[in-house]
Write a protein that binds this ligand. Structure first.
Ligand code: NAD
Length: 499
C-alpha cells in the first residue's frame, strides 16, 4: 500500500488527519509513487502553535549552541545524501548526478548558517556622547514561514530555514505538494541533529495552507520562491497583512554570444545551462542572443550536433543527461509553447516532441528543443517556458543585445560569452539583471553571496540566503545607553539632544 506523507510538527511526524489526499507522481513513469495530505486549517494552526511555543527558549539559546546543531545537521545531510538524492530523483525526475549537485548547494547554505554567529554580532559605537554608548543588535522576528517550489525540493528549503533559525526564529515550511518527501526527511534529520521540537515544522498543502500562513497574526515574515504570478500575489497579500516578505519569481535568462567567444566552450556551457534538469531551473539559460549571423549559424550547427547526442531518460539512471518534466499538465504546457513558436513563425530547428524513451513511454519526457530566428514579440520569447526549449534571437551588435535583455520583464540571471574585457565591463554595468555571469552560464551565487533577481523576478528588497538572510530574518534594535554617575546630576534639557 502507498504510504501517505503527513506533516512534521513539534519534532515528530504527524500522520495524515482528515485532509484531502493527493497523489505524488513519478514523472519518469507517470505512476503514483506516494500520496500526501493537504493540511487543513487546524493542522497549519498546530504547526504555528508548535513554532510559537518553541520560540522563547530557542531565541534565548546562544547562537554558538544553535550552530553546534547546524554542524551536526550538515554531517547528517552528507551521511544521508544517497537517500535524499534518490527521493529527489523519484519525485522530481532529475538525474541523480544533478540531485547531488542540488544537495551540495543546499549543504553550502547550511555551512553558511553554521558561521552565522559572526554576522549576528551587531554594531557598536562607544562614546557617541559624554559617557554614552550606542549599538545596534539584530533580534529575531519570531515565527516565520517559507513556501518553496517543486524544482529544488531540498535546496530551496535549505536557502531559508537554516538561516532563519540560526537568527533565533522558529519556522514553518510549506514545500511543494508535487515532491514533499525530501523536505520531510530533512526535518527529521534536523531533529536527529538535536534541533528542539517546534523550531522547524513542515506542513504539506496547497494554496489553502499558504493563505492560512499569510493570514495568521503570529507569523512575522514570509519567504517565497516560485512562479511570478504567485510570487506577486503572495507579496501583495503578505504586505496587506503587515508581514515582511521576499518573493522570488520566474525568469527568462539570456546568454549573449559575442563574435570573439570560444564557440566550442559556449556550446558545451549552453547545453548544460539550457537542458540540465530539463530546463526546470530558474537560472536555466532559455534565450541565446547571437551577435551577428555568422555566430548564429555556427552556434546552430554545433548545438544541433550536441542535441543529437543528448541522453534523455529516467533520473535513476545516472548516465542520462536529462530526465522528464515534472507533471502531465506541465508537459502539455511546454508542448503548447513549442506549437505556438511554430505558429508565430520561428524556425523549429530541433523538435523535442518527437522523443520517445524506450520502457518509459508514459513518462513526461520531452527532447531538447531549439528555435532560431525568434522575434521579441513571440510568446516563446516573452514567457517563461520552464522546459528544455532554447530560443535563439539574432542581433547586430552588443548594444542591441543588452537593450533586448533590459526590455524583458524578468531579470533573474544572464551571461555574456566573450574574450573582450571591455565588452564584459559594459555588460556588467548596464544589464538590468540581478545575477550576472561572464563566461559562467549559471551564475548562481555561492552561499556567502545572496541570491536574487531584478524586475519581476523578485518582489521585495532583500535577496535569499547569504548576508541578506540575516537582514531579512532579524530586525534591528538601536540602543543608546548611559550609566550616569551619582554625583553628576544633569538638569532637564529642552533642546533636542545632540552630541
Ligand atoms: P508555483 O508558483 O506553482 O508554486 C510554488 C509554491 O507556491 C508551491 O509550494 C505551491 O504549493 C504554492 N502555490 C502555488 N499556487 C499558489 C497560489 N495560488 N497561492 C498560494 N500558494 C501557491 O511554482 P512551481 O511550479 O512549484 O515552481 C516553478 C517556478 O518557480 C518557476 O517559475 C521558477 O522560475 C520559479 N523558481 C524561482 C526561483 C528563484 O529563485 N527566483 C527558484 C526556483 C524556482
Amino acid at each position: 500500500m502507498t504510504s501517505v506523507v503527513g506533516h512534521y510538527i513539534h519534532g515528530a511526524t504527524l500522520a495524515p488527519q482528515s485532509g484531502k489526499i493527493i497523489d505524488i507522481i513519478n514523472p519518469a513513469t507517470a505512476q503514483v509513487c506516494g500520496k500526501v495530505e493537504m493540511a487543513s486549517s487546524q493542522t497549519v494552526q498546530q504547526a504555528i502553535d508548535s513554532a510559537t511555543k518553541a520560540y522563547p527558549a530557542w531565541r534565548a539559546t546562544p547562537p554558538a549552541k544553535r550552530a553546534q546543531i547546524m554542524f551536526r545537521f550538515k554531517m547528517l545531510l552528507e551521511q544521508h545524501s544517497d537517500e535524499i538524492c534518490r527521493l529527489l530523483s523519484l519525485e522530481h525526475g532529475k538525474v541523480l548526478h544533478d540531485a547531488k549537485g542540488e544537495l551540495q548547494r543546499g549543504i553550502e547554505n547550511v555551512e553558511f548558517a553554521c558561521g552565522m554567529p559572526q554576522l549576528l554580532k551587531g554594531e557598536h559605537s562607544k562614546d557617541v556622547g559624554p559617557g554614552i554608548d550606542a549599538w545596534c543588535e539584530f533580534q529575531p522576528l519570531g515565527v516565520v514561514a517559507g513556501i518553496t517550489p517543486f524544482n529544488f525540493p531540498a535546496m530551496v528549503p535549505l536557502w531559508m530555514w537554516p538561516s532563519a533559525i540560526m537568527c533565533g526564529n522558529t519556522f514553518v515550511l510549506k514545500p511543494s505538494e508535487k515532491n514533499p518527501s525530501s523536505a520531510m526527511l530533512l526535518a527529521a534529520l534536523a531533529s536527529e541533529a538535536g534541533l528542539p521540537p517546534g523550531v522547524l515544522n513542515v506542513v504539506n498543502g496547497d494554496k489553502a495552507a499558504v493563505d492560512r500562513l499569510i493570514e495568521d497574526q503570529t507569523i512575522q515574515a514570509i519567504s517565497f520562491v516560485g512562479s511570478t504570478p504567485v510570487a506577486e500575489a503572495i507579496y501583495s497579500k503578505a504586505s496587506q497583512y503587515g508581514k515582511r516578505c521576499q518573493a522570488l519569481g520566474g525568469a527568462k535568462n539570456h546568454a549573449i554570444v559575442m563574435p570573439d567567444a570560444d564557440l566550442d566552450n559556449v556550446v558545451n556551457a549552453l547545453m548544460g545551462a539550457a537542458y540540465g534538469s530539463c530546463g526546470e531551473r530558474c537560472m536555466a539559460i532559455s534565450v541565446v542572443v547571437a551577435v551577428g549571423d555568422d555566430i548564429a549559424n555556427s552556434l546552430k550547427d554545433k548545438l544541433v550536433g550536441q542535441i543529437g547526442a543528448l541522453k534523455v531518460g529516467p533520473g535513476s539512471d545516472n548516465s542520462n543527461d536529462m530526465g522528464p518534466l515534472i507533471s502531465e499538465p506541465h508537459f502539455t504546457t511546454v508542448k503548447n509553447f513549442i506549437a505556438s513558436g511554430v505558429e508565430q513563425g520561428a524556425e523549429l530547428v530541433c523538435d523535442g516532441r518527437t522523443l520517445s524513451v524506450e520502457g518509459h513511454e508514459n513518462g513526461y519526457f520531452l527532447g531538447a528543443t531549439l528555435f532560431d530566428h525568434v522575434q521579441p514579440h513571440m510568446e516563446i520569447y516573452q514567457k517563461e517556458i520552464f522546459g528544455p526549449v532554447l530560443v535563439m534571437v539574432r542581433v547586430p551588435d552588443m548594444a542591441k543585445a543588452v537593450e533586448l535583455i533590459n526590455a524583458h520583464e524578468y531579470g533573474n540571471g544572464t551571461c555574456l560569452f566573450t574574450r573582450d574585457g571591455e565588452a564584459a565591463r559594459f555588460f556588467i554595468d548596464q544589464v538590468q539583471v540581478g545575477m550576472v555571469g561572464v563566461n559562467v552560464p549559471l551564475p548562481v551565487p555561492v552561499s556567502y553571496h545572496s541570491f536574487g533577481g531584478w524586475k519581476r523576478s523578485l518582489f521585495g528588497d532583500l535577496h535569499a540566503y547569504g548576508p541578506d538572510s540575516v537582514r531579512f530574518y532579524t530586525r534591528r534594535k538601536a540602543v543608546t545607553q548611559r550609566w550616569p554617575s551619582a554625583n553628576l546630576r544633569e538638569g532637564s534639557q529642552f533642546s533636542f539632544p545632540s552630541n
